[in-house]
Write a protein that binds this ligand. Structure first.
Ligand SMILES: [Zn+2]
Ligand SMILES: [Zn+2]
Length: 328
């Protein structure tokens, strides 16, 4: 089973873990997500001959900044030693500090073009435009929709104005003084989500594409061509086939039994899809919102807060789209 780690106990105790050296020259650094039910995001530092590569950045606040800079100092470096900042995807817990890190270090920021706001905004609008479109497609009552978008705005700043410097492409080999990372486009959780493969160390920095426990949140279904569940399933199968012994996710804790975790995730998703299909068969033409309220979310609907309800409706929307597409 999974590697027993400090981060694993921290996750089970609902605490933010301490930074850990994972392999020689690789650190996993949990940053606190103040106000979020997710509690923390894990960013990664990789040493190379000329400094450090940072993968992901937390919220744009001082709590994340101080935790990150303390971990960099404990590793024997300064923020100025960061030569490159790579972002797995554009969610607020992964990109918030990106501009501040660049300002302090001069490191260029790279992301997949599908998650670069500067390219996405003219086509699809801001994150909140897309979220609103999804919730309208799900046919939420107007007052619930407004409340949900509002609470999402209050939860986290989305840094929609972040201008990145470089774009990452599937299969691209990034070389930094003795360190090589291969970019894998692993969409599903976000359209432009990437994972980073270190073949020499047989490890994958997985962002939010897979978690050791629980479900992966699927990306927005706000446009005709969005089918994040299908994309996620393909990404997971691709990850299961990689030559790796260790997966470093962006939340929870690292694990080594990658094929088992992929099989569990896909199996649980199959069960979720089957239950969604049953509800939709009983209620032809049901909206994703109706579907959401009919499914079992592990606790009574009345006890799920607005953020939990938003995550639920996004999942249901993804399953509905996946099932529609496969109904012929
Ligand atoms: Zn994410
Ligand atoms: Zn995340």
């Amino acid at each position: 089973m999974s590697v027993p780690t400090v981060h694993r106990s921290a996750f089970h105790n609902r605490e933010v873990g301490a930074a850990e050296l994972v392999r020689d020259g690789v650190w996993a650094v949990p940053l606190p997500l103040t106000g979020s039910p997710v509690l923390s995001v894990i960013v990664h530092l990789l040493r190379h001959d000329d400094g450090l590569v940072l993968v992901d950045a937390g919220y744009p606040d001082d709590a994340c900044w101080e935790t990150l800079t303390a971990a960099i100092a404990a590793a024997g470096f300064g923020v100025g030693d960061i030569t490159h900042l790579l972002l797995t995807h554009n969610h607020p817990d992964h990109i918030g500090l990106a501009a501040r890190v660049r300002e302090a270090s001069g490191a260029p920021i790279a992301i997949h073009p599908l998650d670069a706001f500067q390219l996405q905004r003219p086509l699809r609008g801001t994150f909140f435009d897309q979220l609103e479109r999804e919730l309208r497609l799900a046919r939420l009552p107007a007052d619930v929709l407004a409340e949900m978008v509002d609470s999402s705005r209050r939860l986290a700043a989305h840094s929609d104005d972040l201008l990145v410097d470089d774009f990452l492409a599937d299969g691209q080999l990034l070389r930094f003084g003795g360190l090589e990372l291969e970019v894998l486009w692993t969409p599903g959780h976000a359209r432009g989500h990437v994972s980073l493969l270190d073949r020499a160390r047989r490890l994958l920095i997985g962002g939010d594409v897979i978690l050791p426990e629980g479900e992966v949140q699927v990306g927005l279904v706000s446009d005709e061509d969005d089918d994040p569940v299908a994309q996620l399933r393909d990404s997971l199968r691709r990850i299961a086939a990689l030559p790796i012994d260790l997966l470093l996710p962006g939340h929870q804790y690292r694990f080594d039994d990658v094929a088992t975790v992929v099989a569990r995730t896909l199996g649980e998703q199959d069960a979720r899809l089957a239950r969604a299909a049953e509800v939709l068969a009983r209620r032809p033409g049901a909206s994703a919102w109706e579907l959401t309220t009919q499914l079992d979310w592990g606790r009574p609907w009345e006890r799920i807060g607005l953020t939990g309800r938003r995550f639920a409706v996004m999942q249901a929307m993804g399953w509905q789209r996946y099932l529609e597409r496969r109904a012929g």
